[in-house]
Write a protein that binds this ligand. Structure first.
Ligand SMILES: NC(=O)c1ccc[n+]([C@@H]2O[C@H](COP(=O)([O-])OP(=O)(O)OC[C@H]3O[C@@H](n4cnc5c(N)ncnc54)[C@H](O)[C@@H]3O)[C@@H](O)[C@H]2O)c1
Length: 255
């Protein structure tokens, strides 16, 4: 056992584990001594995500975070395999579309809230009873959870709602020393953000990627690994007195 590693012997559950930030975080968690359950919708993508990870310390399971039975099963499987859960990284996400309010489709609004709000709520609801005291919950919100922008109705309201969930939970769980925080990444160089930028491009009539680089004070997108390292900070004992807080990792975009 290498006690210099920050998550030695900890059991972690990562939703959106087949995605870009989820994969980077799972990889870092395993390097830091954790056992990680990856949860996502697509079995083939999960299998690819788990391939580079030590099979002794990783497993995957398909689950839809917006479906209560599915969430219950994923959490029960994690706890059954490795005992109590120490870290929940609630990270699954979708984006929706960018449209003026009068044209915003209700079904898209509800589908985005189903993943970010209902999904994060259900994950916390069912994970908390299985969590070890002293654990950590990290909810992946966004810089979009700290500001408004025209047309981004579903995503921005959902990302703000996650902050409300985090604040309530931080107070409820403090007596058990379970810390609850949100992380707020700025635009990341990955497919999720590229799709957002392509949608935006049609509206603003210019290159969406360049547009973001210009409004980020550090002048560039972040990387999935930079987010993973910030999640590790919140997940580990390095942040032992930090709860109920919003960590911006956005190159200064929300300053
Ligand atoms: N990429 C960015 O620039 C950026 C910036 C800020 C915040 N975020 C947030 O980071 C998180 C991860 O995004 P990413 O950039 O890695 O994108 P991604 O698309 O690579 O990963 C998201 C993952 O969530 C999974 N998912 C979606 N709905 C699900 C559901 N109902 N149940 C289970 N899994 C589901 C997807 O299958 C996908 O694998 C999201 O919450 C996103 O909102 C991303």
């Amino acid at each position: 056992m290498n006690l210099a590693r920050q998550l030695e012997g900890k059991t972690c559950l990562v939703t959106g584990g087949a995605g870009s930030i989820g994969r980077a975080t799972a990889r870092l968690f395993v390097e830091q001594g954790a056992r990680v359950m990856l949860v996502d919708l697509d079995a083939a993508a999960l299998q690819r995500a788990a391939e580079p990870l030590d099979p002794e310390c990783s497993a995957w399971m398909t689950a839809d975070v917006s479906d209560e039975a599915s969430v219950r099963d994923a959490i029960a499987a994690t706890a059954q395999r490795w005992g109590g859960i120490d870290v929940l990284f609630s990270n699954a996400g979708n984006f929706g579309v960018v449209r003026p309010i009068a044209e915003y489709p209700l079904d898209v609004f509800e589908a985005v809230h189903a993943v970010h709000v209902r999904g994060a709520f259900l994950m916390c609801k069912h994970a908390v009873p299985k969590m070890n005291d002293g654990g950590s919950i990290v909810i992946n919100s966004s810089v979009a959870g700290t500001r408004g922008d025209p047309g981004v109705y579903a995503y921005i309201t959902a990302k703000h709602a996650q902050v409300g969930l985090m604040r309530c939970l931080a107070k409820e769980l403090a007596p058990r020393r379970i810390r609850v925080n949100t992380i707020h990444p700025g635009p990341i160089a990955n497919c999720f953000q590229l799709a957002v930028e392509q949608d935006l491009q049609g509206i603003i009539g210019r290159d969406g990627t360049q547009f973001f680089d210009e409004i980020i004070p550090m002048g560039r997108h972040g990387t999935p690994d930079e987010i993973a390292h910030s999640v590790l900070y919140l997940a580990s004992a390095q942040s032992s007195f930090t709860t109920g807080t919003m960590l911006a990792v956005d190159g200064g975009m929300s300053a």
